[in-house]
Design a protein around this ligand. Structure first.
Ligand code: FAD
Length: 383
């Protein structure tokens, strides 16, 4: 479905084998114990997948967004928490790659499997409006000093690097921001809470505080006032498409789990299975159709990104909203089709149902995307 070249398909096949061995077997435990998927990240690092999108010049695989989407879909089919941590890594790598002069060392480390990274953008004060950080960098004798309360940071405490946003020192507006490279060994950063959520329970998306973290100017990914340009111009496509691929993977997992249950759960007294009930077969068919449609839509967005036109940005926005809503619907149908067995946590479809709910509340939230698309269609400025 992703229309991969032979070389891209080989990368995805290799990932699928790794995921079967090192991701799927731990997914239930990761969810039950709300723990970071360490086995998954160890294996992804060892096999070079932390460098999937790192340029070959720095030792990476040099793959683009199409292969990344197919890889994320496969990971999410086995463990959505791992997929979400992985897409935040890919998003931050897109920033590193745009400014290899700032992060060449970290790009090389990622390619070697020794650097996990993420985005630390959302703040208590501006909630899901990540484009408007309330924290502000302070210029200090040629250095920059940052203090911030970051409300949700995926892989918090497990990441080696963080792409952190703040307002510029001389900010003129709410969106006048900068992005910085903060490393786990920098003084003044700490994970300031825990993560215990409905779904994506392995994400470790905990709050973090930055207290007078001193950075040299070469840690700035952007000039003053250019943070939002990089957020929207560089990172947004990776986040939207990665998030959509995660939703599609969740839909696939829910559909397959429902298919397995319907064809194996028996009515002994009737000598039949759940699959003998036409209403349940129709629900399964609906799940299959919606999953295939969501994946096809995602592929059309990938086509648009690879062949840019004035419509591309709208399609990038649509990607996450469409797949996120589909995942809500597909997993809801799966829960109904699988009955009490799903409700009482005996089937993986229940984890899919919970994990699926993250996409629509992750920023840009589904509401905000609908508003952006509506504004764009009506010729109203987005900000
Ligand atoms: C699993 C998970 C992982 C995350 N990982 C990260 C991460 O790695 N880095 C990071 O920076 N953040 C991360 N986040 C944070 C995320 O991106 C959002 O910032 C967060 O979910 C917002 O929650 P909130 O309660 O503050 O939302 P609020 O802003 O309070 O939103 C509440 C409701 O209001 C709606 N709403 C808000 N603004 C508007 C508007 N303008 N128009 C219409 N409706 C609106 C929203 O759609 C939502 O329904 C993560 C969140 C989750 C759930």
């Amino acid at each position: 479905m992703y229309r991969l070249t032979e070389e891209q398909a080989a990368v995805v096949t290799r990932l699928r084998n790794i995921a079967d061995q090192h991701i799927a077997p731990y997914a239930q435990d990761v969810d039950e114990n709300s723990r970071f998927p360490k086995e998954a990240f160890d294996a992804l690092g060892k096999e070079g997948f932390l460098g999937l999108t790192v340029s070959q010049e720095f030792g990476g695989m040099g793959e683009g967004i199409r292969t990344a989407a197919a890889v994320v879909d496969e990971i999410a089919q086995r463990c959505a928490s791992t997929a979400m941590c992985y897409i935040m890594h890919l998003c931050a790598i897109s920033v590193y790659s745009a400014r290899a002069d700032v992060a060449e060392k970290q790009l090389r480390e990622a390619a070697e499997g020794n650097h996990v990274t993420t985005l630390a953008w959302s703040e208590k004060g501006s909630r899901s409006h990540f484009w408007a950080p309330v924290s502000q960098a302070v210029a200090n004798n040629g250095h920059l000093r940052i203090s911030a309360q970051k409300s949700w940071v995926t892989s918090a405490g497990y990441a080696d690097g963080y792409v952190v946003s703040t307002k510029s020192p001389m900010a003129q507006s709410a969106t006048d921001s900068m992005l910085f490279l903060v490393l786990k060994e920098d003084k003044g950063i700490e994970v300031s809470g825990s993560w215990n959520a409905l779904g994506m329970r392995g994400n470790a998306s905990a709050p973090m505080s930055l207290d007078n973290v001193e950075l040299t100017p070469d840690r700035a990914f952007t000039e003053e006032g250019k943070g939002m340009d990089m957020m929207l111009g560089v990172v947004l496509p990776w986040f939207q498409i990665g998030n959509a691929a995660t939703s599609v993977g969740i839909c696939e997992a829910a559909t397959q789990a429902t298919q397995r249950h319907l064809t194996t759960a028996k009515f002994d007294h009737l000598g039949s299975t759940l699959a003998d009930l036409p209403n349940l077969r129709a629900r399964l068919a609906q799940m299959r159709i919606e999953t295939d449609r969501a994946r096809a839509h995602l592929v059309s967005v990938l086509d648009a990104v690879e062949n840019p036109s004035p419509a591309t940005m709208l399609m990038v926005l649509e990607a996450k909203a469409a797949a996120g809503e589909t995942a809500l619907s597909v997993t809801d149908i799966g829960m109904r089709a699988c009955g009490g067995a799903a409700f009482s946590k005996h089937l993986p479809v229940e984890r899919c149902f919970r994990d699926a709910r993250a996409s629509v509340v992750m920023a840009p939230t589904a509401d905000v995307i609908h508003d952006f698309i509506g504004k764009a269609l009506c010729g109203i400025p987005l900000f």
